[in-house]
Design a protein around this ligand. Structure first.
Ligand code: GUN
Length: 293
């Protein structure tokens, strides 16, 4: 059994991107610039956005954090999005989700220029992904594919079972695993809350992607010997006495599942750290105009 080290791979990618920034600057070009918009003071969002900005600084990207109050109106946020769309100094930007309830996330996501949508959330980018056209892939699905690629895990002809059909993970991962690409070419079964015989289906899987948000959902009796298990779960639970006061639980009962696997991602340190790498990769593509020229 091999543990897939997402933290190591994410840092490796960030080193590669930093080297690319150095090359760009040596050619007299400016560094890529990412902007992040945060509305309100949600603790998790503050942490995530802070980590994204810090990663930009570390690898030499420019970064701009726009922190707006909880009471910001939808019209005001749309105005900020339009300004970023039209600012030539900004290559790509994200609006951190979730947004306060009085703002329509769909409206905001659709207001972002697809050319600057480094989150890959705009319907144009999602549609282009489904059609296997150049696009910004959203961070979590692309992080999963990148881990499979960098660990040279064979996917062609394999049966991949994706548990969970969310717009941000399960649905796009199922599309990426099925497409004619490497990694890809899997036979994919997408399971969800109405799926019958889930255990039986999981037992047939060569690759399982658990993205349901239910801690310790996937148990050893659902996993075939030698399977590859990718755990996308990040449920926060109280952990009194620890530095943070909470810890992350994955969707996989790691201790009992790991011994059966050929490869497995831990939580934390698996898929999670890859999401920042994906965003930074997209920002470089945006700066170079490689997706939309
Ligand atoms: N909230 C949780 N994950 C993400 C993400 O990848 N992008 C944005 N914009 N918001 C998020």
């Amino acid at each position: 059994m091999q543990v897939i080290d997402g933290k190591k791979i994410s840092l490796q990618i960030q080193d590669e991107l930093a080297a690319e920034v150095t090359r760009m600057k040596a050619e007299g070009r400016r560094a890529p610039h990412l902007a992040a918009v945060l509305v309100g003071n949600d603790g998790g969002s503050l942490t995530y956005v802070g980590a994204k900005v810090k990663a930009c600084e570390k690898i030499g990207y420019g970064s701009t954090l726009i922190h707006l109050g909880e009471q910001t109106t939808e019209a005001e946020l749309l105005e900020v999005v339009h300004k970023l769309n039209n600012d030539p100094a900004i290559d790509g930007f994200i609006v951190q989700l979730p947004l306060p309830k009085h703002i329509s996330e769909q409206k905001i996501v659709e207001a972002v220029d697809p050319k600057k949508d480094v989150d890959g959330f705009h319907p144009v980018n999602v549609g282009r992904m489904a059609l296997n056209l150049p696009c910004y892939l959203s961070a979590t699905p692309s992080g999963i594919i990148e881990l499979l690629r960098r660990y040279n895990i064979e996917t062609s002809g394999k049966h991949a079972v994706v548990i969970g059909r969310s717009n941000i993970v399960g649905a796009p991962v199922s599309v990426l695993l099925a497409r004619n690409a490497n990694p890809g070419n899997c036979t994919v079964t997408l399971c969800h809350s109405r799926t019958k015989n889930l255990e039986e289906i999981c037992l047939q899987a060569d690759i399982i992607v658990a993205a349901i948000g239910k801690p310790h959902f996937l148990t050893a009796d659902m996993v075939k010997e030698g399977a590859v298990v990718i755990d996308v779960g990040t449920t926060r639970v109280d952990a009194p006495g620890t530095k943070l006061g909470w810890r992350l639980l994955g969707d996989v009962k790691y201790d009992e599942v790991a011994p059966k696997c050929s490869y497995i991602t831990p939580v934390p340190g698996g898929v999670g750290p890859m999401t920042i790498a994906g965003l930074l990769q997209n920002t470089l593509l945006a700066a170079k105009g490689e997706i939309y020229s």
